[in-house]
Design a protein around this ligand. Sequence first.
Ligand SMILES: [Zn+2]
Length: 384
Amino acid sequence: MPTKGSPVQATVDVVQKIIHLAGSPHPFLSVYLPTDPAQATTEGNRLRLAALLDRASQDLADPSWEEPFRVERRTVEAYMRTLRPGGKGLAILSSAPAGEWQALWLPDAVPEHVRFGPGAHVLPLLDMLDEWEPVGLALVSKDTARLMVLEAGQIQEVRRVESEVPGKHKAGGYAGWEGARIQRHLLVHAKDHLKRALEELEGAHQAHPFRRLFLGGSPESVGLFKKLLSRELKSRLVGDLSIDLYATNPEVRAQVLQAARETERREEQGLVGEIITRAAKEQGAVVGVDPTLWALNRRQLHLLVLAGEVSQPGRHCAACDLLLSEEAVSCPQCGGKARAVDLWEELPRSALSRAVRIEVVHGEAASQLWHHDGLGGLLKPKQG
Ligand SMILES: [Zn+2]
């Protein structure tokens, strides 16, 4: 059994390493708790967890799970008694039979959720990974460039380029022909500087492959810099942000985070709109419980889209590993009894084991998808 020290900080690497626990055949107790020290005391957290565990113990799908549940519950509650305040959210994935123990501090509050059953519940972690993709930001002026990356909610300046601008202090004082010559001279230097900044940005992009890029700083230099961008970087460019060149890291983080979220929400709306339209025309997409589960069970699904933070009752046939709608009391394939499950808890395991990508959507996109049971997806392209 792994040691139970303080929770580790959830990072992309850590989360990616433990997502496969969703596919474990062993029972896991999965706990998600908002733990912001400013919002709740450790005693408050313990009481809330106890209430959630009480509810989970009443909802156990199988009487044979009672004892294994009690074992995990004891372990988790003992751990909570020694836990010092730390992160805004806490995730615990515990399974004695699997020899697994994971406790993570999450950078943001999570909706509270407790689940006991085969495989770890990883949907909140998958949702987080979506938001953790690196976002690039280049703040440029004619003699300075700060290249920053927002990754897993953290902002860092990864490169800085400073160039000497010749005769800077004199430039304003000249007039006529001489002034124009100096202005041209300065422009050449500014371009050289921005080219250097671009090289550094390419390097930063290789080290932290960002899907989105924002620009900020002095508008003149941003205009010049934009023209220099390679096609690859241009394809990542979302837009300009009015961020001062010397804005503090927390200021930069807040603005980039908000802009990236807005872009993400827009893309989610586009994706959900496309899926709904294509599903209506039966053109490579499905929406609603039955069509989506049908495609998933038959390995036709390429991308599964779920509305975030809710649940939907369904059933699972363990013998055939089929996910079924709530009405399917017996499995249509083997005739066996199908166990009642929460589809939102089962879908990640089922999708991951079939190499289906999962996208969790929020806001307006989620509302649209809820007109279709809150789930849908894109089908694999037809062969031949
Ligand atoms: Zn079956």
